[in-house]
Design a protein around this ligand. Structure first.
Ligand SMILES: [Mn+2]
Length: 657
């Protein structure tokens, strides 16, 4: 028995080694259907060494296997004593502007401190006037349907017989879906770029990308036209995947029909579905986790059309410096007629930078002389303090190194500023790219919108703003609270992890950012005077408060029962002696006594002083005092009399919930 077992074992061992050898041999010998390893290496080298202007970028039909141009950059872990480097560099970093530095060695040096170093060597694009750029199509792109509606982004106007169905679709989706459904998903678009854009030649060593599109109850054709335009106008070898994130939609056309439809792209287009409504912000972070194939993440809104040769100009700056985040120039697709025009608000070339006012509303301001001086020609990328948020490209690993979005931001709003400040203050940069253009449909009036999910508390957007200013604005946050005093005690949740991130990455101050990058914003949106007091203005020891009753621009304020809800009873008095509600100031009415509320700029109606201990508001120009009649519900000014109870007031803070 013992002998038999030994024999059996020996036989199995022999057979095993024979099979092993057979396997090894078969794996080493070349197979007919696969290029040999040697050939594969040569293929790869060819694609790297290829000269510009050789045509094919994977756009020819049939060539749809995804092959990254370069393998993922491999980064070795480096043991660094960050603390001592930080201490050594702190002083140096503080006053060191980032702009105008083209030396790749310096880029690597700088990133060594906080982010993984740049490993890809990428050459700057070259402008060759008269020689068509290497990524430009050789002939005009084919129409989706020859002579079809909306081709070349010409306006498509429907007759009055469609009026009702159009209204219904605008209410449901925010766009004229009737017209959109009639326009080819593969339609041609107009070229809104500067002529010069056609003559840029790009190093073909570009990073590959995953395009991430988040949607919630989008209309069918506007969503699918976004996907079609990306497939149609992106060189195949750089497009790793298109990742759709369905943020808990409930419309039938976004279920099986969508899953069946995307099968035509053989896995290039993928869909992931959230199990509850996450909101746009966190759904984008989820998209970053799901989209693993591309080296860059390109975020697009779910109702866009990318334009001719949008890819190379957008990705080149990131290929050069992995801590650069880029934004295409966003054109306006009309939500009724689907023609495409440039956005307003820019300089003579239509170029604008992203900005904000002190209540944190998104703004666009014309490109400055200082930025223009940093460029050699007007079609180069330029620096922007902030992005609008829906469309941008960022290296995937860099986005993760930045911690994606603050996980405490909910649903919508403020995330565009969070990511912009994080990028700039922590050592990256944000650029707008004039030669990369993407059209975006803005929602029309009459859209019913998407209500936030039930689990989200009140005012998520305001809470987001508070989180962002508390983490990034330093002493500038007082200007936010000057504009939105009711948010001061809003329960915005724990931000200690974000503050630690800022500390760990040795991120620069907001003051540095305001002086070096966002230097033009205060000239468009001057810093508001800080508040002295804010809240309801209540008749001392009464139940009556000053109430604008929703009046503005010349109406009178009245006296009403205090409701502690803010709104029309929320006022503030600032260091400039303005007594204000939103953008309106209180002043003496035309009758010389009643108190009027009217729109004011920074240096208008600086007329009030509040003496807290005396419970008195004095109207400076007249020397009179704020007074009231509880019977007539009127608020007026009259001769000051310290014995008069109706001239006594108190100001109590009212907090948002
Ligand atoms: Mn949008």
């Amino acid at each position: 028995m013992r002998l038999k077992l030994g024999f059996l074992l020996r036989a199995v061992l022999l057979l095993g080694s024979f099979l092993g050898l057979l396997l090894l041999w078969s794996s080493l010998s070349p197979r007919a259907e696969e290029p040999s390893p040697k050939e594969r290496i040569r293929d790869n080298k060819e694609s790297i060494d290829r000269m510009p202007n050789n045509g094919d970028h994977g756009l020819i039909p049939g060539n749809d296997k995804f092959k990254p141009v370069l393998p993922w950059p491999h980064v070795e872990g480096v043991e660094v004593d960050l603390e001592s480097i930080r201490r050594r560099n702190k002083a140096k970093n503080e006053g060191n502007p980032l702009g105008g530095n083209n030396d790749q060695q310096n880029i690597m040096q700088r990133q060594y401190l906080t982010f993984k170093p740049q490993t890809l060597i990428y050459h700057d694009p070259v402008l060759r006037p008269g020689i068509l750029g290497n990524f430009e199509p050789k002939e005009p792109e084919p129409h989706g349907v020859v002579g079809g509606p909306g081709e070349e982004a010409k306006p498509y106007v429907l007759g009055p017989e469609y009026k009702e169905s159009i209204q219904a679709s605008i209410k449901e989706f925010g766009f004229n879906m009737v017209a959109s459904d009639m326009i080819s998903l593969d339609r041609s678009v107009n070229d809104l770029r500067q002529e010069e854009c056609k003559y840029w030649h790009y190093d073909e060593n570009l990073l590959t990308s995953s395009v991430v599109i988040v949607f919630h109850n989008e209309g069918w054709s506007t969503l699918m036209r976004t996907v079609h335009s990306v497939v149609k106008r992106t060189p195949r070898k750089y497009l790793a995947e298109i990742v759709l994130i369905d943020d808990f939609s409930n419309k039938a056309h976004l279920k099986e029909r969508l899953e069946d439809y995307i099968k035509q792209w053989n896995g290039l287009v993928k869909i992931f579905r959230n199990e509850r409504r996450e909101g746009l912000i966190q759904a984008r972070s989820i998209g970053a986790q799901k989209a693993k194939l591309g080296q860059v993440l390109i975020y697009l809104d779910a109702h866009c059309e990318v334009a001719v040769n949008w890819y190379a100009p957008l990705i080149a700056p990131i290929s050069k410096d992995r801590t650069t985040c880029t934004v295409p120039l966003i054109d306006v697709i009309d939500g009724n007629t689907y023609n495409i025009v440039p956005q307003g608000g820019g300089d003579e070339d239509g170029f604008a930078r992203g900005a904000w006012d002190w209540s944190m509303l998104w703004k666009r301001v014309p490109l400055t002389k200082r930025e223009k001086a940093l460029r050699k020609t007007k079609t180069e990328p330029y620096r922007s303090p902030a992005m609008a948020g829906g469309l941008f490209a960022i290296e995937r690993d860099f986005f993760f190194e930045l911690g994606l979005y603050d996980p405490g931001l909910q649903i919508w709003g403020g995330e565009n500023f969070e990511i912009s400040y994080k990028i700039w203050q922590c050592g990256g940069k944000l650029q707008f790219v004039p030669c990369s253009r993407v059209g975006h449909i803005y929602r029309l009036q009459g859209w019913q919108g998407n209500p936030p999910p039930a689990y989200v508390g009140s005012s998520p957007t305001l809470k987001n703003y508070v989180r962002v200013v508390e983490v990034w604005w330093d002493e500038y946050k007082d200007y936010f609270y000057a504009s939105r005093p009711e948010t001061k005690a809003l329960a915005h949740g724990d931000i200690s992890d974000l503050k630690k991130f800022r500390e760990d990455h040795n991120c620069k101050s907001f003051k540095w950012f305001m002086e070096e990058i966002a230097y033009d914003i205060t000239s468009h949106y001057p810093l508001p005077p800080k508040n002295v007091e804010w809240g309801e203005i209540r008749g001392f020891e009464t139940a009556y408060c000053i109430d604008s009753m929703g009046h503005s621009n010349g109406g009178f304020v009245e006296l009403g029962p205090c409701h502690r809800m803010g709104g029309n009873q929320l006022f503030r008095i600032n260091e400039a002696n303005q007594l204000m509600q939103y953008d309106q100031c209180l002043t003496k009415g035309t009758d010389g006594s009643k108190v009027m509320i009217t729109h004011c700029n920074l240096n208008e109606y600086k007329e009030w002083q509040y003496f807290k201990n005396l419970h008195r508001f004095t109207h400076i120009p007249s020397g009179k005092c704020l007074d009231r009649s509880e019977v007539l519900h009127q608020v007026f000014i009259s001769e000051c009399d310290s014995n008069k109870a109706t001239q006594k007031w108190e100001m109590n803070n009212i907090l948002s919930v």
